[in-house]
Design a protein around this ligand. Structure first.
Ligand code: TSX
Ligand code: MN
Length: 595
């Protein structure tokens, strides 16, 4: 299977520590996937959906205490605490290893240890990274086969090369003769741990999503962000889309949005303007490197979608609905009486009866949601009808524009263009979302999520900003333009001012034409806004007043934001890059002048 000495030694060492009953090297075959499904059916982890409704698809219910990423149990274990920064949880790496070794000792008794080789990026691509995950979860094996390039071809390409070791256990050993539970996990101890200097990941106690599928958030973002800093590239929490205009010209665009802003919907958008085309390269992660021409080339390191199901429907994202027709693993969705899945806002009408995500009977008079709000689908990228063939390009695609978004009912206009890379980095650093009713805290409170990387940056956020500024000084760089966008402005009466979804292509069109040099902008204190008549409004059902409001500079609102940002930057002390403080104060100055 492999002659990789490091891999053989590591598997041997983990086997001795975790004491699984057996070790299985995953080849990535369909037969192996089917076997994992069979195991999950037998243990009650999964149930089949009606093949006439949803061929080759399964519903998995997690433990009710294991339904999401656990940020307070996520650690960056660098030698120096300052290297992790004020926005990450830090522990001393040696002490953490001792604590974890205790937890991992004997933790796989009664289970199988799966060796899961995977590639983030096309196998053999010069900019891909290989990881190997050791896990005791068949759900992880099946999910990794959808979400990454996984199996023997990865080992063949790896040869004697290096890889990122990713150790995972659900943290629930099985005593001899004891029946397994449907969703094994550890209720008391969960640890999602990153060692950025040695490039290792240890994850204990959770079987869910970002906690357990270690190629995604742990490797492709937290560890990769550190590698990217050291090697001069960018590992970002961004979608990648291909935008084609009616004449067939193309621009590739990346976008970073905090959660619940519809990143997957944008990546798969069906444009409302005739002749315009959006194709998907990726919906979550972009790795960007300079090409010989000085442009930034972005690659999607993933091979599938692990998307939030609630809110996905034929209107919000028809291409996602098509992606989900077959061969899907659903997690924590509701089940219909005829053997299909359902989630909130999937259909206009509430079903009469369902089985909810916990397996309990549900009727529509109940107030509780039937699917968990973080219910997920796991589906192969190749099933997306608007997947661009270039998503497999081993060198990536040249990026013309980067979007930073957020959910802001006030202040931030529909779109504004950064004056240069430095200003764009500043705009990325200030993005955030207002809390919706679902989250804890006061509704309307702004949660800053710089570059949408707050939970995913594997080092000090201030150093990360410095790295962005350093990228801007790359010799011969032909940098993307940077934009701040906001689909979520509301009127005083509380209605959304912008229809969003497919109509967002109007904003993308202006950005496209800025890249072509054909669209005009006006300079304002906050950046460049579409000049009068430059935003395509033909066929758009938005009043003149609302359009004006969407593109208005709210001087007082921005000045209040400047004060809040000054306070936000404080926590980074003298690691804060002076250029961003200069940008912030310059913005304050420009706004004060036109007060
Ligand atoms: O995904 C969204 N996008 C991006 C789409 C390409 N959503 C859903 C956010 C939750 C994940 C949006 N919601 C968007 C948006 O652009 N805009 C809005 C707000 C909105 C919601 C409903 C309507 C208009 C705006 N209109 C009607 O319901 C009729
Ligand atoms: Mn994400």
């Amino acid at each position: 299977m492999t002659k990789n000495a490091k891999l053989e030694a590591w598997v041997k060492q983990v086997r001795a520590m975790c004491q699984p009953d057996r070790v299985r090297w995953c080849d990535g075959s369909q037969a192996e996937y089917d076997e994992m499904i069979h195991l999950m059916l037998r243990s009650g982890t999964a149930q089949p959906l009606d093949p006439r409704k949803r061929p080759n698809s399964y519903l998995v219910r997690s433990d009710p205490g294991d339904v999401a990423r656990v940020e307070d149990r996520t650690f960056i274990c660098s030698e120096d605490e300052q290297a992790a920064g004020p926005t990450n949880n830090w522990r001393d790496p040696a002490e953490m290893k001792v604590a974890l070794t205790k937890l991992f000792t004997g933790c796989m008794r009664g289970r199988t240890l799966y060796v899961i080789p995977f590639s983030m990026g096309p196998i053999g691509s010069p900019i891909a990274y290989t990881g190997v995950q050791l896990s005791d979860s068949p759900y992880v094996v099946a999910s990794m086969r959808i979400m990454t390039r996984m199996g023997q071809p990865v080992l063949d390409a790896l040869g004697d090369g290096d890889f990122v070791p990713c150790l995972h256990s659900v943290g629930m050993p099985l005593s001899p003769g004891k029946m397994d539970v449907a969703w094994p996990c550890n209720a008391d101890d969960k640890y999602i741990v990153h060692f950025p200097e040695t490039r290792e990941i240890w994850s204990f106690g959770s079987g869910y999503g970002g906690n357990a599928l270690l190629g995604k958030k742990c490797l492709a973002l937290r560890i990769a962000s550190v590698i990217a800093r050291d090697e001069g590239w960018l590992a970002e929490h961004m979608l990648i889309l291909k935008l084609t205009n009616p004449s067939g010209q193309v621009h590739y665009i990346c976008g970073a949005f905090p959660s619940a802003c519809g990143k997957t919907n944008l990546a798969m958008m069906r444009p409302a303007l005739p002749g315009w085309r959006v194709e998907t390269i990726g919906d979550d992660i972009a790795w960007m490197r300079f090409g010989d021409d000085g442009r930034l080339y972005a690659m999607n390191p993933e091979a599938g979608f692990f998307g939030v199901a609630p809110g996905t429907n034929e209107t919000s994202n028809p291409n996602a609905m098509a992606t989900l027709r077959e061969n899907v693993l659903f997690t924590n969705c509701a089940l219909t009486p005829d053997g299909d899945v359902w989630w909130e806002d999937m259909t206009n009408e509430l079903p009469e009866r369902l089985t909810d995500w916990r397996g309990q009977p549900w009727t529509r008079d109940l107030k509780a949601s039937a699917a968990h709000p973080n219910a997920r689908f796991t589906a192969s990228a190749s099933q997306c009808p608007v997947m661009s063939p270039e998503w497999q390009n081993p060198h990536g695609v040249p990026i013309s524009a980067i979007l930073f978004g957020g959910r802001r009912a006030t202040v931030v206009p529909l779109v504004q263009e950064a004056r240069d890379w430095k200003h764009g980095t500043f705009l990325g650093s200030i993005i955030g979302s207002e809390k919706t009713a679902a989250a804890a805290g006061k509704v309307g409170d702004l949660r800053r999520d710089p570059m949408a990387m707050l939970p995913f940056c594997g080092y000090n956020m201030a150093d990360y900003w410095s790295h962005w500024l350093r990228i801007g000084r790359h010799p011969g760089a032909q940098l993307p333009r940077i934009y701040l966008v906001n689909w979520f402005r509301k009127s005083a009466g509380g209605d959304f001012l912008w229809p969003g979804f497919g109509e967002n292509v109007r904003v993308l069109k202006w950005i496209f034409e800025r890249c072509e040099g054909t669209a005009k902008a006006v300079e304002t204190p906050i950046g460049r806004l579409p000049a009068e008549g430059e935003l395509e409004v033909t066929g758009l059902d938005v009043s003149r007043e609302n359009l004006a409001e969407l593109l208005h500079v709210d001087t007082e609102g921005w000045l209040a934001d400047v004060v809040a940002m000054r306070e936000y930057y404080e926590q980074f002390g003298d690691r804060m890059p002076p250029e961003l403080r200069v940008e912030l104060e310059a913005l304050g100055q420009r706004l004060s002048v036109c007060r």
